[in-house]
Design a protein around this ligand. Structure first.
Ligand SMILES: N[C@@H](CCC(=O)N[C@@H](CS)C(=O)NCC(=O)O)C(=O)O
Length: 212
């Protein structure tokens, strides 16, 4: 049975789940979430798709799961891919997924939204400035960790990589310039060379130009 992923192209959190599915080789298809027209805020979405009002959401037969990190763990259980080689590595992957959700992707996603998708007269300069400082610190942590390493944990692609990259291929400004972070830049290139890799706007339905 084909796995369904409720997602949309602008969503880096959705990308983490979509990329895990895509690179795993599991049979899956996207289901478009019309986020910019308020789909996740409707009572129907909350009742039928996700009480948390978020994307991504995976549906595999009668099994439904939200939270990109949980979906990645499910993909690992089902495909045998992107987990650690040891118990220690598995804890290390979880550590990076939690760090990403808290310090990197949540901040990047929010800042990108404020800087690009809010109407210009509603963009809060102080909040954006504060977030950019927090983001710079997060890029620094990741770049330092990747010094001398191909992957965040162990010798191959894991959910740590698939989580931390969630927002980093998007072209809209959110205080991230690959040229400033050479280890992140090389790692993103390595990841994009994996068979089946696609850019978020090519992997999931929905992109800013659809609303232009
Ligand atoms: N920690 C969650 C975050 C999910 C999330 O915030 N998704 C955004 C889209 S990128 C969303 O649906 N936001 C709806 C809202 O906050 O109202 C995950 O990793 O799945």
């Amino acid at each position: 049975m084909t796995i369904k992923l409720h997602c949309f192209g602008e969503s880096g959190n959705s990308y983490k789940a979509a990329l895990a599915l895509q690179l795993s080789g599991l049979d899956w298809e996207p289901v478009f979430v019309d986020f910019f027209n308020g789909a996740t805020r409707t009572p129907e979405y909350r009742a039928e798709v996700n009480e948390m009002g978020e994307a991504p959401v995976l549906v595999d037969g009668d099994f439904t799961l939200s939270q990109s990190g949980c979906i990645q763990a499910y993909v690992t259980e089902k495909s045998g891919k992107f987990g650690g080689a040891t118990r220690e590595e598995n804890y290390d992957i979880l550590r990076w997924v939690l760090w990403d959700n808290h310090k990197l992707s949540s901040m990047a996603g929010m800042t990108r939204f404020l800087m690009n998708f809010l109407p210009e007269d509603k963009r809060p300069a102080d909040v954006i400035g504060f977030n950019l400082g927090r983001l710079k610190a997060a890029y620094g942590v990741l770049d330092a960790h990747l010094q001398g390493r191909d992957w965040i944990v162990g010798d191959g692609v894991t959910n740590a990589d698939l989580s931390c990259c969630g927002y980093l291929y998007y072209p809209e400004p959110f205080g991230f310039d690959r040229a400033e972070w050479p280890n992140i830049d090389a790692w993103l290139t390595r990841l994009s060379e994996q068979p089946g890799w696609k850019h978020p706007y090519d992997l999931m339905p929905g992109k800013p130009s659809d609303r232009a």
